[in-house]
Design a protein around this ligand. Sequence first.
Ligand code: FES
Length: 106
Amino acid sequence: MERIEQHPILSIETAETIHITVDGRVLEARAGDTIAAALLANGIRTFRHTAKLHEPRGLFCGIGQCTDCIMEVDGRPNVRTCVTRVRDGMIIRTQQGNGGLRHEAL
Ligand code: FES
C-alpha cells in the first residue's frame, strides 16, 4: 500500500485494516477511507471507462461533483467513490460505460 505514514505537521492516525474486493482482487483498506482513497493507496488509478470512447477516468474533483470516479459498488452502478466510505467485504468493479443502464433507457 502507498500511504503517507509520517507528516511533519499533521498526526497520522491508524485505523482498523479491512478488506475489499476490486475486480476480483482482495485488497486491504483502512476503516474510514473513501473507496477512492483505498484504491489510490493500492495503486489503482482507473475507476471507470467512458461509454462512447472507452477512455479511462479516475479521481478528478475529489468532492463528489464531477462523476469521473463512479464505479459499481455491491452491484449498484454510478457510485461516487470519492465520497463513499469503504466497508469490510465491499465488492467494487471498474465501471464500463453507463454501468448497466441501457442506451434505450436514457
Ligand atoms: S472525483 Fe469527482 S465526483 Fe468523485
